[in-house]
Design a binder for this molecule. Structure first.
Ligand SMILES: Nc1ncnc2c1ncn2[C@@H]1O[C@H](COP(=O)(O)OP(=O)(O)OP(=O)(O)O)[C@@H](O)[C@H]1O
Ligand SMILES: [Mg+2]
Length: 431
């Protein structure tokens, strides 16, 4: 039940060794597979299953790969087809590329080369892909704002992943919108009426994380006074969002990998595994490839959890989105605080577009909230934005949210200070 539900990848090759190698490598990366040893069988499986991609040998007992390629393109244009070429079929591989093959793989099949090709197909780099202006015409999708190339590609990936059970890894700096994307994938999925459960791997001490994830039985450890369900069970038939996955310890990673392989969880202290049906979406602000190189993240888990990647670029690399996001947050904060709507002057917008935004979208949102509360004018100019920016303590909070009470106290102090300086010592009567 836990297997991802992207359509399978079809391998068509009459050489048993090549076929099996491809299948094994694909499965190691979490892809479902189908295999065929002839043109006839390959075309039948293709028509029946509409695979996500095809690996195609060029020389088959009952026909040539080029003919198959043409037929696949006729039936489902756009399906990535990777041709497998052996000694002596280089010219045919070139021909296949001209006809529209996505890539070619030489025999003997190399793991690195195949993984590189799969990355290109299933984890395309940003920005890129087709754009669909119609879809983003209202500027807001699933509560998300932005029409940059990068955001459009993200909307596409969300829509591609949502109907499936495919495991998605959302990667991006802090504050780029990873949680929002995870929520959108759930909200657009057939599981939308089922639970969306979040587990922040960075926030839970390693001794407790297993019990958080898998639950425990009464008496499993000191303090376990009763049975407790874990997040996996709580998320059953729904989505489990594993946030800050890169902070999970190696021990817990090993246990998570087993759950993903076997589709069952065993509560701490129990010998009784229970099947779970959970769709997993994870997020990381760390570069997991680097963590793998350092030995702090398991490569096998990485491939299992990352059937599709949504890479969210930092805000400074998609500055086109800033004006729209700023207006959006300004409007939102006005409504939330029951204040008159404000506008930004063009120079204020220019300033925002140029700022470094280390804290990404979250930092922009915080700034706009402060602007709404602190600036009395209807049209907020560049100077007002700078005034709000210069207030002490703003930066530290953006990346590291304070508990609400502390944040409010600090904010009130700043507010009073600001009003005092703005009114030369006279608090006056509010705005
Ligand atoms: N494209 C967007 N449109 C509208 N709001 C956004 C967008 N991206 C992010 N936000 C808002 O910015 C804030 C930060 O987003 P979110 O919490 O999803 O980031 P994150 O990547 O999960 O951050 P962290 O790594 O720190 O957990 C949230 O208030 C979110 O609603
Ligand atoms: Mg988050």
């Amino acid at each position: 039940m836990l297997e991802p539900e992207l359509p399978p990848t079809l391998v068509i090759d009459d050489d048993d060794v090549v076929r099996k190698t491809c299948v094994e490598l694909l499965e190691a990366r979490g892809h479902k597979t189908l295999s065929a040893a002839s043109v006839g069988e390959g075309l039948r499986l293709f028509a029946e299953h509409r695979p996500a991609a095809v690996l195609l040998d060029l020389r088959l007992p009952d026909g040539t790969g080029i003919d198959v390629l043409r037929e696949l393109q006729r039936q489902a244009p756009g399906t990535p087809v990777v041709v497998i070429s052996g000694h002596g079929s280089v010219a045919e591989a070139v021909e296949a590329m001209k006809v529209g093959a996505t890539d070619f793989l030489e025999k003997p099949v190399s793991r690195d080369r195949l993984f590189q090709i799969l990355d290109r197909i299933f984890h395309p780099p940003l920005p890129g892909g087709e754009t669909d202006l119609e879809k983003v015409a209202d500027g807001s999708r699933y509560g998300m704002v932005g029409r940059s190339e990068a955001m459009r590609r993200i909307y596409q990936l969300i829509e591609m992943a949502a109907p499936t059970k495919c495991r998605v890894l959302i990667a991006g700096e802090s504050g780029t919108g990873k949680e929002l994307i995870a929520g959108a994938i759930h909200a657009l999925s057939p599981r939308r009426d089922r639970p969306f459960i979040e587990l922040n791997c960075a926030a839970i001490p390693s001794e407790l994380i297993e019990s958080e994830m898998f639950g425990h039985v009464k008496g499993a450890f000191t303090g376990a006074v009763g049975d407790r369900k874990g997040k996996f069970e709580a998320a059953t038939t729904g989505t489990l969002f594993l946030d800050e996955l890169g902070d999970m310890s190696l021990t817990t990673q090993a246990k998570l990998l087993r759950v993903l392989q076997e589709g069952v969880v065993t509560p701490v202290g129990s010998a009784d595994p229970r099947p779970v049906d959970v769709r997993i979406v994870s997020a990381t602000s760390k570069n997991l490839q680097e963590e793998i190189a350092r030995g702090t993240f398991r490569e096998d888990l990485y491939h299992r959890i990352n059937v599709l990647t949504v890479a969210v670029p930092p805000l400074r690399n998609r500055r086109d989105d800033i004006p729209e996001l700023a207006e959006h947050f300004l409007r939102l904060a006005s409504v939330e605080n029951d204040l008159k709507p404000k506008r930004l002057s063009p120079r204020a917008v220019d300033l925002l577009v140029q700022m470094p935004w280390q804290g990404n979208v979250r930092e922009l949102r915080n700034l706009m909230e402060r602007v709404v509360v602190l600036v009395a004018k209807d049209v907020v100019g560049q100077q007002e934005v700078m005034d709000v920016l210069q207030m002490p303590g703003l930066r530290a909070e953006e990346t590291n949210p304070l508990p609400l009470r502390q944040a409010r106290a600090r904010f009130e102090r700043q507010y009073i200070l600001y009003r005092l300086t703005a009114n030369r010592g006279n608090l006056g009567n509010g705005r």
